[in-house]
Design a protein around this ligand. Structure first.
Ligand SMILES: Nc1nc2c(ncn2[C@@H]2O[C@H](COP(=O)(O)OP(=O)(O)OP(=O)(O)O)[C@@H](O)[C@H]2O)c(=O)[nH]1
Ligand SMILES: [Mg+2]
Length: 311
């Protein structure tokens, strides 16, 4: 029904047909085309059907579902198999609060997470990796001269989407993986923020590798985001982004909300006995609070003494 075009097939320009109504087409969608699919100059095809999506990665502008912004839900991509959470180790500095949000979104959408730590030439990964010790989270380290074979192996055979703050090096990485991609790359300002160089998401076919005859996969570059709002994720599902904490909650009283105000929440004892990092519990509770409108995801939420914690 939706055969894949091969690498040598022409690039077809298509527009959404009126019969699709208000349904929007997003990057990663598999579609049926009619009309001129020759790819010749000036040829225009029409998208008449969108296939059922295997996965949908969403984010909201804010965390609080009671506000208009919180209800503004954006589909980032469809049909991704892997969420590559790109975080620089410096310039801009890593924010585990942001990574935690991406992990929640990945588990919620049933997309496998991969942590990609860039700019490893500028700072070491120990602090970030230490925070995730309990989580069997796969990760790769990237520096300008690093060999990308391990990353290519993790990307092979699937559709991966890169997400991260502006300036962390997503497009730089895409250009290395797909030399003809020619994605614009930006600079990072003195305050350590990128300039939102990429303005739209683009899916690119990864090139075949000489030592492998399998499908090299697809990579989707996306514009940098300031926050990853989670208003669409239920309080229950938030916990799935914290597999190191989940187990403790079987000992919670019925209807425990797991907030710091809950006198008998079993998470406090779990952390106190060293079974999980207290910073992970603090991060989970910051997310819970933020969803009920007590925090603003756009502001770095820092814990005094924990420079990694912002989002
Ligand atoms: N030192 C160092 N700099 C890097 C590395 N990767 C990327 N950069 C630099 O970081 C800056 C931002 O890179 P981009 O690739 O534009 O970042 P981006 O994540 O695509 O940013 P947006 O499109 O704004 O979301 C550029 O100046 C890159 O040269 C790295 O591994 N080490
Ligand atoms: Mg970019």
């Amino acid at each position: 029904m939706f055969p894949d075009a091969g690498p040598d097939d022409p690039t077809v320009t298509a527009m959404r047909a009126r019969e699709l109504g208000r349904k929007s087409v997003v990057v990663g969608d598999r579609v049926s085309l009619v009309g001129d699919t020759s790819g010749a100059p000036g040829a225009l095809a029409r998208i008449v059907r969108i296939a059922e999506r295997r996965s949908v990665l969403r984010r909201t502008a804010e965390d609080d579902a009671t506000t208009a912004e919180g209800r503004l839900e954006r589909v980032v991509v469809a049909n991704a198999d892997q969420l590559v959470i790109v975080s620089a180790l410096a310039d801009p500095p890593p924010r585990t609060g942001f990574i935690d949000r991406c992990l929640v979104a990945a588990y919620d959408a049933d997309i496998e997470p991969l942590l990609c730590l860039t700019k490893a030439d500028l700072a070491g990964p120990e602090a970030v990796l230490g925070y995730y010790t309990e989580l069997e989270l796969p990760y790769v380290l990237i520096r300008p001269d690093s060999d990308l074979a391990a990353l290519r192996a993790l990307l092979a055979g699937r559709v991966s989407v890169l997400v991260g703050h502006s300036g962390v090096g997503k497009s730089t990485l895409v250009n290395r993986l797909v030399p003809e991609a020619d994605r614009a790359v930006g600079t990072v300002s003195a305050i350590g923020r990128g300039r939102h160089t990429s303005t739209s998401a683009v899916a690119l076919r990864l090139p075949p590798q000489p030592d492998s005859d399998g499908d090299p996969g697809w990579i989707i570059d996306t514009p940098g985001v300031r926050s990853f709002g989670l208003a669409h994720v239920s309080a229950e599902s938030l916990l799935h982004g914290f597999p190191d904490l989940v187990e403790a909650t079987v000992d919670c009283p019925a209807n425990c909300q797991h907030t710091a105000e809950e006198a008998d929440c079993a998470l406090d004892a779990w952390v106190a006995s060293g079974k999980a990092d207290p910073r992970r519990l603090a991060s989970y509770r910051r997310l819970l609070a933020s969803r009920s409108g007590e925090g603003d995801p756009r502001e770095p939420e820092r814990n005094p003494g924990d420079p990694l914690a912002g989002s």
